[in-house]
Design a binder for this molecule. Structure first.
Ligand code: SF4
Length: 260
């Protein structure tokens, strides 16, 4: 396998961020801390420190389009061997705040997708918590769209993804996996039957927010490993932060690149 770039994500060779920021404010989000390692959530009783902290987070997570990064992405990738490239690892490129005239507009998102289309030897992967927005865009064949969920309580996103991304170009990221899928319940079968690819991950510690590391119990993961062994259509990638070992690092055939 071609050597991966310097990223902890594992399932991609590299990540690019021509659009950054997100207003979704998930409690477990690691993005603000990654940019501002000095930011530590203060004592909530300290109102002045809390105010300053919130301002720093807001600045770090403000949605932005970076044309220079998009140009760099094109220049650097146009003559490189095929790779899996995660686009938008430090934000959400499809949030409802992306509107005409806003700091990040649908035109910016379209410019990113068009650049991916021009880099046809690569596979580009997008992840969003707003899959209902994906239908606004036309994605070329080398683009994959996924949604992130943390358990069955967020299954509505899976339904939205089914409506807005075709079977052979969609996936789910169950990370952080925080709420157990019941083997006898419909949502689990929906994922196994309707998704060619599932990523499972734990929750990395976010020291700035005093969020501890969490690895989902093996029994939560086993229904998915069982399904992956039984079905050729269902492929599973379990990240190292799930504490399950390296056995399941599988990709659908269309996501494998020529150098692997
Ligand atoms: S959607 Fe993603 S980038 Fe946005 S706050 Fe949640 S974890 Fe962070």
């Amino acid at each position: 396998m071609r050597k991966r770039g310097n990223n902890k994500i594992g399932w991609c060779h590299e990540a690019r961020n021509p659009i950054t920021g997100c207003l979704n404010n998930c409690s477990y989000c690691w993005v603000p801390g990654s940019k501002n390692r000095f930011i530590k959530e203060p004592d909530p009783q300290d109102l002045i420190a809390m105010h300053a902290y919130r301002r720093q987070i807001a600045v770090a997570m403000k949605p932005r389009f970076h044309p220079d990064r998009l140009e760099k992405m094109y220049k650097e990738l146009k003559n490189t061997p095929p790779s899996r490239v995660f686009v938008g690892s430090t934000g959400d490129m499809f949030g409802p705040w992306i509107q005409p005239g806003a700091a990040v507009s649908p035109e910016h998102v379209k410019a990113v997708i068009e650049t991916c289309w021009r880099l046809s030897q690569h596979r580009f992967l997008f992840l969003t918590k707003f899959p209902e927005e994906l239908g606004k865009y036309a994605f070329p064949d080398n683009c994959w769209c996924g949604t992130s969920i943390s358990g069955p309580g967020e299954i509505e996103r899976v339904y939205q993804l089914l409506q807005n991304a075709r079977y052979s170009r969609r996936f789910i990221s169950l990370e952080p996996y925080l709420e157990k899928f019941d083997i006898h319940r419909q949502p689990l079968n929906l994922i196994i039957g309707q998704m060619p690819w599932l990523i499972i991950g734990g929750c990395s510690a976010v020291p700035e927010k005093d969020i501890p590391k969490f690895e989902p119990p093996e029994t939560w993961i086993q229904p998915f490993t069982l399904a992956a062994r039984k079905s050729r259509r269902f492929n599973l990638y379990i990240k190292s932060n799930a504490g399950f070992g390296d056995e399941y690092h599988h990709f659908p055939p269309e996501l494998q690149v020529a150098t692997e």
